[in-house]
Design a binder for this molecule. Structure first.
Ligand code: UTP
Length: 290
């Protein structure tokens, strides 16, 4: 039902300088896969096939990654290296990528508004690729799509965050309407210590209804002179309904060095190594049976 996923990927990634001086943060590899591909996998798992990417200057490699590289394909054709391109080939077969450029970095709200032309007039998902979310049974976006089918309104993913870190996030408060689900009544972007409405921080997964675009258009620049998505979401919550969902799974803040290292270790142990072992076992059993 939700077919499109928007990836705002125009930010400067200053926390990762100098690595992000000429390389997009979204292309930083976690083990052997760029961050944005994890987000695309999650969107596909949730049933989406339209990936809409908001890029900026110096972000060409994102477009190249989701395109054919004829020279490389030719070089490795027929070799055992071809298998390494299996996943990305599948992605390119099953999904459509569209791109638009955000010319001025005026904040996440503005980046989402820039994606309006790609998304159109339908509910859509948003993934901030630097938040890497994993849940072996069901991805976070899949969990949110299920809720959307039931409630048909905007849903933001939230996570409990320790007091000393809460000032880095958009923070919600609201009434719990069922396990792990809140009806939002307030939202503050990066609250000053002592003013935070709860310990529930918004992380980089959203399902948005398309009326959000008008609300962003009516939103004046807020904190840091940026157009904040939280300001538009608060208007939406006051006028109708916004839900906050405490998702099942792990989330790594790959926009920070610590989070990125944690994600790398986790993905190496639980995904890469586990997969390699499975491939080895499969090979072994095929050899035995032949
Ligand atoms: P961040 O707040 O993480 O900013 O943006 P950033 O520039 O990427 O990173 P730092 O803080 O300087 O290290 C959250 C998401 O919103 C996108 C970013 O690409 C990231 O995915 N974004 C932010 C835009 O696309 N455009 C903007 O103007 C701002």
């Amino acid at each position: 039902m939700i077919k499109k996923c928007l990836f705002p990927a125009a930010g400067y990634g200053t926390r990762f300088l100098p690595a992000t001086k000429s390389m997009p943060k979204e292309m930083m590899p976690v083990v052997n896969k760029p961050l944005i591909e994890y987000g695309v996998d999650e969107a596909i798992q949730a049933g989406m096939d339209g990936m809409c990417i908001v890029t900026g200057r110096g972000k060409h490699s994102i477009m190249d990654h989701f395109d054919i590289n004829y020279e490389l394909e030719h070089q490795i054709q027929g070799s055992n290296k071809e298998a390494l391109l299996g996943d990305i080939r599948e992605i390119m077969k099953s999904t459509n990528f569209t791109f638009i450029r955000q010319r001025e970095m005026k904040g996440l709200g503005h980046a989402i508004l820039t994606g309006k032309e790609l998304v159109g007039d339908e509910p859509f998902a948003v993934v901030l690729a630097d938040d890497l979310c994993v849940n072996p049974d069901e991805g976070v976006l899949s969990q949110m799509v299920k809720l959307f089918k039931q409630f048909r309104c905007t849903i933001v993913a939230v996570q409990e965050v320790p007091k000393e870190d809460i000032h880095k996030y958009g923070v919600i408060s609201g009434e719990m309407i069922k396990d792990d689900l809140y009806r939002v009544d307030d939202m503050v972007e990066k609250p000053k210590p002592g003013t935070e409405p709860s310990n529930l921080a918004i992380i980089g997964r959203y399902i948005l209804t398309p009326d959000i675009f008008d609300l962003i258009e009516q939103t004046e620049p807020g904190l840091g002179g940026e157009i904040q998505i939280t300001d538009a979401l608060l208007k939406q919550a006051k006028a109708g309904c916004v839900l906050a969902y405490k998702f099942k799974g792990k989330r790594f803040d790959c926009g920070s060095v610590e989070g990125y290292i944690e994600a790398t270790n986790y993905c190496y142990e639980h995904m890469y190594k586990a997969n390699t072992k499975k491939v080895e076992l499969d090979k072994h059993s095929t050899r035995k049976s032949s």
